[in-house]
Design a binder for this molecule. Structure first.
Ligand code: PLP
Length: 463
């Protein structure tokens, strides 16, 4: 079990496969359902539509850039995860991928739970009416105030991430007269990205308590001794944008090994195991993600098998998909501003947003695709690079993609699969205003996060 990683993986992104974008797609006007939200199609005039609404109307009404989110698709994906895992498992949506009050309500209605990892995310969840006992609180450095608030609100679980935190949470729970349900996050020495993973004894990262060297076992020992904590299970999260289940197999094997040691030492069978999130989505037509029911089946089989061979009762499983639910449901709608052909290289297409609304390309060398959406075109394909309006040459949204060569200023282009980690990582760099999130459903659009205004910016600048 080994070894190197893959281009789409955040830390290994500089190895593009040979000739990756060497050939233009057969049909530049096609909107591949793999990367676009479920209801996206083109109308009779060739204008792209989502939820029955065309993008020109959306741009006129809400401006560009804008994140346009397909509500029906979001709900369908949430429901698919929920039903794939069934009543004997829990699905926690990872709020960091994208969180807003509308999203919290949809999740609540579709029967999902919610992961938060800051006071701000917790406040958003609570203010939209997510029952506290369906919230899990994560993070490697939760403040005392955040822990206090989470315990007081009655969150369903706090995921303990360090030895200090075991004591800190126990102390706060005792002060509040509570017994707080907790999990311990461990690192099992598996780092997974896309099609490959690395399995080692140690994991060199800030999250969790290492299984190696008996540290995780010691954490369990301490948590079990504290009356104000109810230790319900072990948590492991192995990476992001994962397609290959074998990393989970190694992780589950190691987590179950710990559960067995805990049973042997303390006579306690911990009732839950959380395998984290990280399931991959299609950013380009080359990606082939698995369906939730396949993932559920694979994970359940892995855990059941491991537990049978360790003679343990199979614990309740939970998972934490973020990207896999929200990622494919949105696209970013931009207007083309300037076009610069660089002979023999490529054509630079500048749009009215950039690294402030999608930092993933600059940060992880992430791959995206793009399409002309305000019309179709029969022009020849040109190799384009979609760049933003920021004062930074690394301000790239889509590194290499083909667009029709008659592209002109004023055309609308859209980048699909931007539902996750785009609005939630957006910044005000260059004092650019963060775009709105417009949810479309059944022919109607609704702003769920409004566009930032200059007034918003100046309100923070107290002079
Ligand atoms: C980021 C994260 C997730 C969600 O990851 P996705 O790649 O969006 O599925 C789930 N659990 C934990 C602990 C995380 O840090």
């Amino acid at each position: 079990m080994s070894r190197s990683a893959h281009p789409a993986g955040p830390r290994h992104a500089d190895v593009l496969p040979e000739g990756h974008y060497s050939a233009p797609p057969a049909d530049l006007n096609a909107l591949d359902p793999k990367v676009w939200a479920q209801t996206v199609t083109r109308d009779v005039d060739g204008v792209a539509t989502v939820g029955g609404l065309d993008v020109k109307t959306i741009a006129e009404q809400y401006g560009t850039p804008a994140y346009v989110l397909d509500e029906a698709d979001f709900r369908a994906r949430a429901r698919a995860w929920r039903s794939a895992f069934g009543a004997d498992a829990d699905v926690f949506y990872a709020g960091k991928a994208f969180l807003s009050r509308a999203v919290v309500r949809w999740l609540h209605e579709e029967g999902l739970n919610l992961d938060v990892c800051s006071g701000g995310e917790l406040a958003t969840a609570l203010s939209a009416g997510m029952p506290a006992d369906r919230i899990a609180f994560h993070g490697n450095n939760k403040s005392v105030a955040e822990i206090h608030r989470a315990v007081e609100a009655g969150v369903g679980r706090i995921v303990l991430d360090s030895f200090q935190e075991i004591v800190r949470v126990a102390h706060i729970a005792r002060e509040l007269g509570r017994r707080q349900r907790v999990q311990i996050r461990i690192t099992v020495g598996v780092e997974a990205h896309t099609h490959e993973f690395i399995a080692t004894a140690h994991e060199d990262q800030k999250f969790g308590i290492p299984l190696a060297g008996g540290q995780a076992a010691e954490a369990v020992r301490r948590a079990l001794q504290l009356d104000s904590l109810e230790l319900i299970g072990i948590h492991s999260h192995i990476g992001s944008q994962i397609f290959d289940m074998s990393g989970f197999e190694v992780a589950a094997h190691r987590v179950v090994g710990l559960l067995k040691d805990v049973r042997d030492e303390h006579g306690v069978e911990l009732p839950e195991i959380d395998l984290g999130g990280g399931l991959g989505i299609a950013y380009t037509s080359d990606d082939d993600p698995r369906e939730p029911h396949e993932i559920a089946k694979a994970l359940t089989e892995i855990v059941t098998r491991e537990c049978e061979s360790a003679r343990l009762r199979t614990p309740r499983i939970s998972v934490e998909p973020g990207r896999a639910i929200v990622g494919p449901t949105a696209f970013t709608l931009y207007e083309v501003g300037t076009i610069k052909p660089l002979d023999g290289l490529r054509t630079y297409v500048s749009v009215d947003g950039g690294m402030s609304d999608n930092i993933r390309t600059a940060l992880y060398d992430a791959e995206y695709s793009v399409a002309l959406v305000s019309r179709t075109s029969d022009a020849e394909p040109m190799l384009a690079r979609i760049v933003g309006k920021h004062c930074e040459s690394g301000d790239i949204v889509v590194k290499d993609a083909f667009l029709p060569s008659d592209l002109a200023p004023g055309d609308l282009v859209a980048v699909p699969a931007t539902g996750a980690y785009c609005r939630s990582m957006a910044s005000n760099y260059n004092h650019v205003l963060r775009p709105p999130v417009v949810a479309v459903n059944d022919g109607e659009a609704r702003v769920i996060v409004r566009r930032e205004t200059e007034e918003d910016l100046l309100r923070l600048d107290v002079g």
